[in-house]
Design a protein around this ligand. Structure first.
Ligand SMILES: Cc1cc2nc3c(=O)[nH]c(=O)nc-3n(C[C@H](O)[C@H](O)[C@H](O)COP(=O)(O)OP(=O)(O)OC[C@H]3O[C@@H](n4cnc5c(N)ncnc54)[C@H](O)[C@@H]3O)c2cc1C
Length: 409
């Protein structure tokens, strides 16, 4: 009997890959294994709309009916615990064994743990719908929320908590918020927006001690200052989930190491989404790992294609967005590839920073503004980045020159 395709991790990437296999006409067995009790779902709403809703709901990527209609077997609440590469089989935590022809690891990432003693039940992380529900219960005007880490998830959560009336303090150890991948000029605007909404933002402050008695969390900063909160949410980044792959002897390099076709060093095992690192063609094969929604979707679809033998290389421009209050921030490409920047003002306080490499190539664009103000131009910038274009800096900076015309050139 045909073993078929097995996907470990029923998140954004795994869910999309399962559907893509059917879209591509694959008729054999498709099994999606996830350790969460839910249908595959979108995580971005967890720190945004779902967090401010009265009754948070899962935004499912596929309903039970769709999975059934597509003959996708979804095994939930069960963990894959070992891969036997010789036997082409995966052992699950319920004792069962699944045979595979091709295997996709879409195990995602998990919050980086704060390596400090003193953390208790009032110190939590945000990754899953269950985490979101537990945090949501504390977001009310009577509560004080401390957010440890001024990254995207922490800041989005801060905005949601303010919307629900909680008192919010953000503690960031780095000299500024959004240190990773966001230009200082844009981080400054986000910082000011939080302060204007009543968030206390500490930067350059490390934590000396945390005492959590299950009712309150007392955070002592290195300078002696104390912050007392009803809940502390720790958002200090994420680490790829690689244990299963590592134990199976697959190469790990800041994630499960795959080639441009998302194949691991076992020809029958692929990895995609947050859990993998891959060579990015537009930056001459620089190995990266992305924690981004669109990347998880794109790689899920590509992994499905390549499990069916297409051998196609991933060649997409990274793209990320974050919404906080009325502001939307979007980044196309990796800004640290740039050596200089050119600013284009779009009106209403919106602007885009174009990041240029030494040879003048456009390598990234970071934009911020109200609502959808930067979306169209970031999309065009993304196309210029994909084309490896070298637009004249004066043209990029001038509102009188349409980005579309640069694309045509
Ligand atoms: C709160 C939050 C907000 C976000 N907001 C944005 C945003 O605004 N913009 C953006 O671009 N990105 C955002 N992201 C990132 C985006 O959601 C992720 O990049 C995306 O979910 C990655 O998809 P994935 O399938 O690789 O991993 P995941 O969605 O994490 O799915 C992996 C799944 O695999 C399961 N799993 C792991 N190991 C096993 C095992 N051994 N057996 C069975 N199951 C296993 C995990 O439990 C999980 O369910 C956000 C993420 C979070 C958490």
């Amino acid at each position: 009997m045909q073993a078929g395709m097995v996907i470990i991790g029923a998140g954004e990437c795994g869910g999309r890959a399962a559907l893509a296999l059917r879209d591509l006409g694959y008729a054999g067995p498709v099994t999606l294994v996830g350790d969460e009790p839910h249908l595959p779902y979108e995580r971005p709403p967890l720190s945004k709309d779902a967090m401010t809703s009265d009754a948070p709901e899962i935004k499912a990527i596929a309903s039970d009916a769709l999975l059934a209609e597509r003959s996708i077997r979804h095994i939930h609440s069960v963990q894959a615990v070992a891969i036997d590469r010789t036997a082409h089989a995966v052992r699950l935590s319920d004792g069962s064994v699944l045979a595979y022809d091709k295997l996709l690891l879409a195990t995602g990432s998990t919050p980086r743990k704060l390596p400090m003693p003193g953390l208790g039940s009032r110190c939590v992380y945000l990754r899953t719908f269950s985490d979101a529900l537990a945090i949501r219960a504390h977001l009310s005007p009577e509560n004080r929320i401390a957010i440890i880490g001024g990254g995207f998830i922490g800041l989005e959560l801060a905005a949601a908590a303010r919307k629900l009336g909680a008192a919010v303090t953000v503690i960031e150890a780095q000299p500024r918020i959004l240190m990773r991948g966001v230009p200082a000029e844009i981080a400054e605007i986000v910082h000011r927006a939080h302060e204007a909404e009543g968030v206390t933002v500490f930067t350059g402050k490390s934590i000396a001690d945390i005492a959590d008695d299950g009712v309150e969390v007392r955070i002592t900063l290195a300078d002696g200052q104390q912050i007392v909160a009803d809940l502390a949410v720790i958002g200090i980044g994420a680490v790829p989930v690689t244990g299963l792959a590592a134990e199976a002897g697959l190469s790990i390099d800041n994630g499960i190491a795959v080639d441009a076709t998302l194949r691991t060093d076992d020809p029958d095992i692929f990895a995609a989404g947050d859990c993998c690192s891959f060579p990015l063609a537009i930056y001459d094969g620089r190995r990266v790992r992305l924690e981004a929604w669109r990347n998880a979707q794109e790689q899920g679809a590509l992994a499905a294609k390549n499990m069916l033998g297409a051998g196609e290389a991933h060649d997409a421009v990274p793209w990320f967005w974050s919404d906080q209050y009325g502001l939307s921030l979007q980044i196309a490409g990796l800004s640290d590839e740039g050596k200089s920047t050119v600013r284009r003002d779009l009106g209403d306080g919106a602007f885009i920073l174009f990041h240029l490499a030494e040879d003048g190539r456009l390598v990234a664009a970071s934009g911020i503004g109200p609502g959808n103000a930067v979306a169209r131009d970031i999309r065009l910038a993304e196309m210029l980045i994909a084309k490896r274009a070298k637009p004249a800096p004066e043209a990029l900076g001038s509102q009188d020159v349409k980005l579309k015309s640069l694309l045509a050139a």
